[in-house]
Design a protein around this ligand. Structure first.
Ligand code: 5GP
Ligand code: MG
Length: 177
């Protein structure tokens, strides 16, 4: 399987710095901001962003996780078959700006399911989306507010995201079928 390197450790670090800056530009003191990472690698990225933001602010930024698994054999209905696993939203979401964080945005179905799961917890004042990679092929009207890197992919390709805390190294590459 041909592999094309897209991002190395330094580039990923630079992108996360930039994304944290963009969050700060929109939400100066991040007073109402809560980061919610989609398990698993979205949650890893949310932890890193919370650390970057918290470092700049001198206080921790609230952090939660949602576990959304889609059964990808079901392509026949727009509803899909999301399975909501164990989620952890540690604080009240009412009135908060919740920033969902994921590693890769593809059809948008995971985020749709994440929104549904999140809104069971309360009524945020706004929900935004931050992704490391947008690989296109949306099937729902869902776009990210903060994008690390846009990558043109075919449906058959796969973006391999490796993160140190889970995979022992930071790297993103494109895997052709
Ligand atoms: P979607 O629901 O938008 O079709 O897919 C997004 C979810 O599936 C994300 O949580 C992401 O982790 C995973 N995903 C979809 N496509 C890829 C891909 O090419 N590479 C990786 N690493 N994850 C993907
Ligand atoms: Mg995922």
């Amino acid at each position: 399987m041909p592999t094309i390197p897209l991002l190395d450790q330094q580039e990923i670090a630079r992108i996360l710095d930039r994304l944290a800056s963009q969050v700060r530009e929109r939400h100066a003191h991040c007073d109402q901001v809560m980061l919610v990472g989609i398990e698993r690698r979205g949650a890893d990225l949310a932890r890193r962003l919370a650390a970057l933001l918290g470092h700049g602010l001198g206080r921790p930024v609230p952090l939660g996780t949602l576990d959304i698994n889609l059964y990808r054999d079901d392509w026949t209905s727009l509803e899909g078959k999301p399975h909501i696993g164990r989620s952890c939203i540690p604080e009240d979401v009412d009135g908060r700006v919740v920033i969902l964080v994921d590693d890769v945005l593809f059809t948008g179905r995971t985020i749709r399911a994440a929104l549904e799961a999140l809104l069971d917890y309360g009524r945020p004042s706004a929900v935004e989306l931050l992704v490391l990679v947008d690989r296109g092929h949306r099937e729902l009207p869902i776009q990210a507010d903060y994008v690390g890197r846009t990558v043109n992919t075919s449906r058959q390709e796969h973006v391999d995201v490796l993160l140190t805390e889970r995979d022992g190294q930071d790297a993103v590459s494109l895997i052709a079928p």
